[in-house]
Design a protein around this ligand. Structure first.
Ligand SMILES: Nc1nc2c(ncn2[C@@H]2O[C@H](COP(=O)(O)OP(=O)(O)O)[C@@H](O)[C@H]2O)c(=O)[nH]1
Ligand SMILES: [Mg+2]
Length: 330
């Protein structure tokens, strides 16, 4: 495949069009594309890279995209190159992105040293995680200084994002007492840095309280004993305040390089959540990649459309069919 060789060379030269093309291969579910992608990744695997990869996580609406734009602009202005892989939970039903303009990050997109890729989420977590990992590898080859990965922020995929990146940044909104309890403990424990966003206007007081809450919650963190004190900072992404301090923390994290890969888990809760996340992805992938199950799901869909069964019932049918036949019908 001569074409793949040329693509690999162009990627190594930092060619942005080649980058778009390679990312399209990474996102594709087409068989030929998948074959080309594995050949491409094979050709690129020995290349050394220095990119710092950051996962930007947090519930929908906390300001992940707004933060990425502010941070990205700051980094570009300091002379760094920045790639953004933004998971866009666009829904085919609503005909587009529910996040609208924010995902486009217009100002950052206009910078020469920035590259933004809104990764389509096909509604299947497995698909997102699979393509994201390869997309990150491709961006590394091109040699970006920073790769910012925006997660879907729905409490799924965070563990995968943690595994794929160097630093996990959790963004929170200013929250009141009860809401503070609602955040998944496992996710908070993943964080290498916590940012309380929207610390502006009327939210400032609540943001300060939220910060105190997390600072005390993190007092006895294992990371601390490993030499990294998880910073909790107030920022306003929309006004770009606090961004410089965040940059200093990121640099300190990189220089210290104290958190070793492979030591991401700190508690049984985390391991359990991570196992469940991986297992659900594997099961979904298995179902999606099997012609046998695809056909069964099509049959179920028809029955739902004809009003004979509900989606919930169909899902239950699929599960029982799966647990009976998974091994027999591989
Ligand atoms: N007041 C305030 N609003 C913000 C801030 N950052 C983001 N927003 C708003 O919050 C909404 C969601 O932002 P977005 O970046 O799309 O959130 P995402 O879903 O986490 O990516 C948008 O209406 C933003 O304008 C901030 O620092 N302060
Ligand atoms: Mg977003």
């Amino acid at each position: 495949m001569r074409e793949v060789e040329i693509l690999a060379e162009r990627l190594k030269d930092g060619d942005k069009r080649a980058l778009s093309k390679a990312l399209t291969l990474a996102e594709s579910l087409n068989h030929d594309h998948m074959a080309q992608l594995s050949e491409l990744l094979g050709k690129l695997k020995n290349i050394k890279h220095e990119s710092l990869k950051l996962a930007i996580s947090g519930s929908p609406g906390v300001g992940k995209s707004t933060f990425i734009e502010a941070m990205g602009l700051y980094l570009c202005n300091r002379g760094y190159s920045v790639a953004v892989l933004a998971v866009d939970p666009s829904s085919p039903k609503s005909g587009g992105s529910i996040l609208g303009d924010k995902t486009r990050m217009n100002q950052l997109a206009a910078m020469n040293s920035a590259f933004i890729r809104p990764t389509p989420s096909d509604g299947n977590l497995g698909g997102v995680a699979r393509s994201t990992e390869n997309s990150i590898k491709i961006c590394e080859v091109v040699g970006f200084d920073f790769i910012l990965v925006e997660t879907l922020g729905v409490g799924q995929g965070e563990f995968s994002a943690k595994k794929m990146t160097d630093m996990f940044v959790l963004i929170l909104s200013p929250l009141g007492g009860d809401e503070l309890q609602g955040i998944k403990k496992g996710i908070v424990e993943l964080a290498d840095m916590i940012l309380v966003n929207k610390s502006d206007g009327d939210h400032e007081y609540l943001a300060a309280n939220t910060l105190l809450h997390y600072e005390s919650a993190l007092k006895v963190s294992r990371k601390k004993s490993m030499g990294w004190d998880v910073p909790v900072r107030k920022i306003s992404a929309i006004n770009s305040t606090g961004i410089e301090e965040v940059y200093i923390d990121i640099k300190r994290f990189k220089d210290q390089n104290t958190i070793k890969k492979g030591h991401i888990f700190e508690s049984e809760v985390q391991v359990k959540e991570s196992i469940m996340e991986d297992a659900s992805r594997l099961i979904l992938n298995h179902i999606n990649n099997s012609a046998f199950f695809s056909e069964y799901v099509s049959d179920l869909s028809k029955e739902v459309l004809e009003g004979r069964i509900s989606v919930k019932f169909a899902a239950k049918q699929l599960l029982s069919y799966y647990s009976e036949g998974a091994n027999k019908n591989k």
